[in-house]
Design a protein around this ligand. Structure first.
Ligand code: PLP
Length: 388
């Protein structure tokens, strides 16, 4: 069989060459970054260089970047009633989330269940700003957590407009930019976010590294999740993942430099893919198709399609895609994102996600379309059988 086509970049991206080199270099340094000797200082330098590179990617100051073990941990760290802003120690009583957040945000961090309110999205999967305005008016000073781009549909959220609404009500805005960073501009100041979550493995760093970025040093977390040796200025104890952090920095530097060109490359391929999909299956639905989306993501279905069988069929044809539904503990859960968009359960069960990256090629798209043509032919035969 010819080479495989990996079209599941929203799940994770391959390691960038620069990140691999940084990882290898860091692994050969023996020092602990907390040690004062030369070996320790060499490890510390790698971390601080990475902090500068990650900060530059999102328009922040290096001193406002805190490394974590993942995007999940950065989200968990951010979502606490105890965030202090400019010395104000009053706990935040409410957490407002869009109904399409990643599970690591939906779980609400350290907020009580009954303090969490979900905000509606429209049929294209965009946050309802009127619902947000109503909710912040009822819950002044709330922490609001919104993703910049959805991992399933790729739909980009109106974060800057939301920030104005949240701040006018005295609230704070946390933005999960895990899927957006490296694909669209994620400048923390332009977005108007107070806190930003990033994950290394979506931009070509290694898995198991993330960062929480704050707007400025008015923002403090008196209740870290992990206490101990005082690393990350007391916010995240534990000897740093030096190699993972160095690779994150290297990936961030490439992502910053190449973002515009990579986004244009992905968009051209995605347009090719969607044109082919519509040509083969005029009845296909592209979820969030009416909204602004990331340049790399297509979540689609067609009459009679079952996502789990489709993913296996694509895999057998050498194409890696994923189903729109999340699979945990062996059970396929219907997508809460599509449910929030008002999509009916049978359509939800047929949602297949194709996500491209900087390394994707026209040959990958052709291979995907070839596999889809086969699958669509089988499906339409089945549909005709049902109709007969
Ligand atoms: N937020 C979003 C939107 C994601 O898509 C993901 C991962 O898929 C995460 C957070 C979690 O990031 P990590 O895999 O680094 O824990």
């Amino acid at each position: 069989m010819s080479e495989r086509s990996y079209l599941d970049w929203n799940a994770t991206a391959p390691l960038r060459d620069a990140a691999r080199a940084a990882l290898a270099e860091a692994l050969s340094i023996a020092g602990n970054p907390s040690s004062v000797h030369a070996e320790g200082r060499a490890a510390r330098r790698l971390i601080e260089t990475a902090r500068e590179q990650v900060a530059a990617l999102v328009g922040a100051r290096p001193s406002d970047v805190f490394f974590t073990s993942s995007g999940t941990e950065a989200n968990a760290l951010a979502l606490t009633p105890a965030i202090e802003v400019a010395g104000d120690k009053r706990p935040r009583t409410g957490l407002l989330l869009s109904a399409i957040e990643h599970v690591s945000v939906r779980s609400g961090g350290r907020f009580r269940r009954d303090a969490i309110e979900e905000l509606a999205v429209d049929p294209d999967g965009r946050l309802d700003l009127v619902a947000l305005a109503r909710a912040v008016a009822k819950s002044p000073g709330a922490l609001v957590s919104l993703m910049l781009a959805n991992n399933e549909t790729g739909v980009i959220q109106p974060v800057a407009a939301a920030a104005a609404i949240v701040h006018a009500a005295g609230g704070l805005l946390h933005v999960d930019a895990v899927q957006a960073v490296g694909r669209v501009d994620c400048d923390i100041m332009i977005l108007g976010a107070d806190l930003l979550t990033l994950s290394a493995h979506k931009i070509g760093g290694s898995k198991g590294v993330g960062a929480l970025v704050r707007r400025n040093d008015d923002i403090h977390f008196p209740d870290p999740l992990i206490r101990g040796g005082g690393q990350e200025r007391g916010l995240r104890a534990g000897t740093e993942n030096v190699a993972g952090i160095a690779a994150f920095g290297a990936a961030a530097a490439v992502a910053r430099r190449e973002r515009a060109a990579e986004a244009a490359h992905m968009l051209a391929l995605r347009n090719l893919l969607e044109a082919g999909l519509r040509e083969i299956s005029p009845q296909a639905t592209i979820f969030g198709g009416g909204a602004e989306r990331l340049p790399n993501t297509t979540l689609f279905t067609a009459p009679g399609l079952k996502a789990e069988t489709a993913v296996i069929a694509f895999d057998l044809d050498g194409v890696a895609v994923s189903s729109g539904a999340a699979c945990s503990s062996g059970k396929v859960q219907p997508s809460h994102v599509l449910a929030a968009m008002g999509v009916s359960p049978p359509l939800t069960r047929g949602a297949v996600r194709v996500s491209l990256g900087w390394g994707s090629t026209a040959a990958d798209v052709e291979k995907f379309l070839g596999a889809w043509r086969k699958l669509a032919t089988t499906l339409s035969k089945e549909q005709r059988g049902i109709a007969a």
